[in-house]
Design a protein around this ligand. Structure first.
Ligand code: AMP
Ligand code: MG
Length: 319
């Protein structure tokens, strides 16, 4: 049953995976409106089951305390990163998840190597960390606006024309190192069309409760649409690896983007297949001794084990 489910999820996300070594051109290779033949009304149920699957696996991940998961979310403005995080993680225990958003780097951050601020937010074992924007901004916004690179105060020979290829290599190696040490890196690119971005910007302008999400800078960035598409394509081509492949999630339909994102994360967790630790026979024997002592402490009139009935019937009545 679990295997069958894992197989279905693997098949579902396969068309979204960027084959390592392939030469991606976003506009040619990925359709922002793709929806795998699904209808929006099937979507809610699928997302619900995805969310509960994630909750179950996250609990096991935390209990096992061996692996950590880093989910990187990248997208153009209005691509749906915030909503994806809100919906996909809605069922998981907040204690096991850490979300970090990356903005324009601070003076302190600029005083370090470019991966420093991301390394500080990595997950611990047992945790899922979500990067809302990630180290990939270092080859996206920084590439589109090289004045950001100037602010990084690199030595002269470290910011020549080969800087982007070098960064791709460094990022790949960093992710390889993390993976080898038990930290899986999951990368989702929310692929939005230019027309859908226009529509979402208009909503942000029209709805007072969405105004805060909109800035004039967003329109300036939109004017650089083609440059961003090129930077995305180059990033996907160079940094989709066997150990940390990219998934390009069609983002024009929010409901579908959320299902895909949940599926990609679930796939990773099922692959890890974390197990509750087994305490061993001796520890279990000690637990049973303690159990008898606790039962003997029952005050007059109280049941030896007040939960025994509800456990037998599979229900939890108290607590
Ligand atoms: P938002 O996610 O809408 O709050 O915006 C965050 C802003 O920070 C975006 O405009 C990003 O392009 C920008 N940003 C994120 N990382 C970097 C970086 N490493 N260098 C320069 N700008 C960045
Ligand atoms: Mg923004």
């Amino acid at each position: 049953m679990a295997d069958e489910r894992a197989g279905r999820i693997a098949d579902f996300i396969e068309p979204l995976r960027v084959e390592p070594g392939s030469d991606v051109r976003l506009d040619r290779d990925f359709d922002p409106r793709y929806k795998a033949g699904l209808k929006k009304r099937d979507g809610a149920e699928l997302l619900r089951s995805g969310v509960s699957l994630l909750a179950e696996y996250q609990e096991r991940l935390a209990a096992q305390d061996t692996y950590g998961v880093l989910l990187c979310l990248q997208a153009i403005d209005a691509g749906g990163k915030d909503g994806t995080i809100r919906h996909v993680m809605s069922g998981v225990n907040p204690q096991g998840v850490r979300v970090s958003s990356f903005k324009v780097p601070s003076a302190e951050e600029l005083d370090h190597d470019y991966l420093w601020r991301y390394a500080r937010r990595l997950p611990a074992r047992g945790e899922i960390a979500i990067f809302n924007r990630s180290h990939y901004e270092e080859v996206l916004v920084v590439r589109v606006h090289p004045d950001h690179l100037v602010r990084q105060k690199l030595p002269h020979d470290a910011c020549g024309p080969d800087v982007w290829d070098r960064r791709y290599r460094e990022i790949n190696r960093w992710e390889h190192y993390l993976t080898d040490n038990g930290f899986k890196v999951v990368k989702i690119f929310l692929n939005l069309s230019k027309e859908e971005q226009r529509a979402r910007f208009l909503q942000r302008i029209d709805r007072p409760e969405k105004n805060w999400k909109f800035s004039a800078a967003d329109v300036r960035e939109r004017a650089r649409w083609e440059d961003y598409q090129d930077a995305f394509s180059a990033m996907l081509s160079a940094t989709s690896t066997k150990w940390a492949p990219w998934y390009v999630v069609p983002a024009d339909r929010k409901w579908f983007a959320r299902i895909c994102s949940a599926a990609v994360l679930a796939h990773t967790l099922m692959d890890i297949d974390p197990q509750y630790p087994d305490v061993g026979d001796e520890a279990r024997r000690e637990l049973l001794v303690t159990r008898r002592e606790l039962e003997a402490e029952a005050p007059a009139g109280a049941a030896a084990d007040p939960y025994a009935d509800s456990r037998r019937s599979g229900k939890r009545k108290r607590g």
